[in-house]
Design a protein around this ligand. Structure first.
Ligand code: UDP
Length: 377
């Protein structure tokens, strides 16, 4: 088969890194990067770290509103796909790149495969939710990561071409977690971060890891709320390491919101480092879908900085270790006291890393097998 894959953001590069080797071993792939994420720490670095092939086309759309980005991708992608005429187009997740890739495929009448189909927050104020709804309804193949996602699709009348394949990101986390299990990895990370966070000490269970990037958490009131929340759980003895997305950094700067000194801000990290920082943290605080699932797979306590989550199974299967707290400071303090008390966090963390056995989901092979079986009847 001849396929075209469209990616554009950090989590899409991460997902493509799992699927691409299996695709390319058996098929021809045109690899297109829209450039929705253009910062090297969010994009280019992952191509190198995760051994992706250099994209055949870089659309370079860069900064802009959702509409501007979508429009720019539509205009730049259409001539490429109409010339290449792939047998199918693959899109991942729920970004503007996903939406634009799906629309161009539909307009050119090319079959469309959506990886990570069926996720719903049931909140259309969330830009990702709108993208998912449209893309799922345009898809020929809907590859669902969870049973809930399959049910969500069925509730919208989408049953044809739906396959429950598991989570691509689990395949990668399973492979890479072996490399970062040894807590000695923290000393290397500490040395690498010395310029950005002087004096930061990373001990197993001795810090909290945070990431914040969702649009809803870039509004001034929300920025203040999570900055206060992180300040209330950070201390000299247990800092918060905040791997700060450049878009969130820009929003903080624009709103003039400072962060407390015990919140140690670092650049977005590479995949292995992000996984290692999660595994050895006392707990993770995040609004990221990917980080949330990784924390679940690693068994690390996780506070979700949103009022809803699409990943119901991750919460249900976490034995209470994953809590959706919104931006409620009291709930954060209570959850951390229960799930990651400072008195036992070091021992808990060591135990977690030593006993970690994460199996791959087999999602990449399941997707390629299903595509090879041909168009859904
Ligand atoms: N991630 C990373 N470096 C960081 C923060 C996160 O590599 O500094 C990884 C994280 O481990 C996960 C993915 O990025 O694999 C999640 O992407 P993101 O949070 O941007 O998007 P979402 O999953 O919310 O769509």
């Amino acid at each position: 088969m001849r396929l075209a894959s469209v990616v554009g953001t950090r989590p899409q590069l991460i997902k493509a890194a799992v699927l691409q080797p299996i695709l390319r071993a058996r098929h021809e792939e045109l690899f297109i990067d829209t450039g929705q994420h253009y910062d090297d720490a969010l994009a280019g670095a992952f191509i190198n770290e995760l051994d992706l092939v250099p994209p055949d086309h870089q659309l370079g759309v860069g900064r802009g509103s959702a509409t501007e980005q979508t429009a720019a991708i539509l205009a730049r992608l259409e001539p490429i796909l109409s010339t290449y005429r792939p047998d199918l187009v693959i899109v991942y997740g729920d970004t503007n790149s996903t939406l634009a890739g799906a629309i161009v495929a539909a307009q050119l009448q090319l079959p469309l495969a959506h990886v990570e189909a069926g996720l719903r927050s049931f909140d259309r104020r969330m830009p990702e939710e709108v993208n998912r709804l449209i893309v799922d309804h345009l898809s020929t193949w809907a590859f669902a990561p969870t049973a809930t996602a399959v049910d969500n699709l069925a509730a919208e009348g989408i049953t044809q071409g739906v396959t429950l394949v598991g989570d691509l990101m689990q395949d990668l986390a399973a492979r890479m977690s072996v490399e970062v299990r040894d807590p000695a990895v923290l000393a290397q990370i500490e040395a690498r971060l010395a310029d950005q966070a002087p004096g930061l000490r990373l001990r197993p269970g001795g810090y909290l890891l945070a990431t914040v990037h969702r649009a809803e958490n870039r509004e001034p009131a929300a920025l203040r709320a999570w900055a206060d929340l992180l300040a209330s759980v950070a201390s000299g003895t247990r800092p918060v390491v905040l791997a700060l997305h450049p878009g969130t950094q820009a929003a903080l700067t624009a709103a003039g919101i400072p962060l407390a000194p015990a919140i140690r801000v670092v650049q977005p990290q590479g995949y292995r480092t992000a996984l290692a920082l999660q595994l050895h943290a006392a707990a993770v605080l995040t609004d990221s879908g990917g980080v949330q699932r990784e924390a679940a797979w690693l068994g690390v306590p996780c506070l979700v900085l949103r009022s809803t989550t699409e990943w119901l199974e991750a919460v249900a299967d976490s034995d209470g270790r994953m809590v959706v707290i919104g931006l409620d400071q009291n709930r954060a303090i209570e959850a951390l006291a229960r799930l990651a008390p400072e008195s036992s966090a070091a021992a808990d963390s060591a135990q977690r890393a030593a006993s970690l056995r994460l199996a791959p989901a087999g999602a990449a092979a399941a997707i390629v097998d299903r595509l090879e079986a041909g168009l859904p009847a």
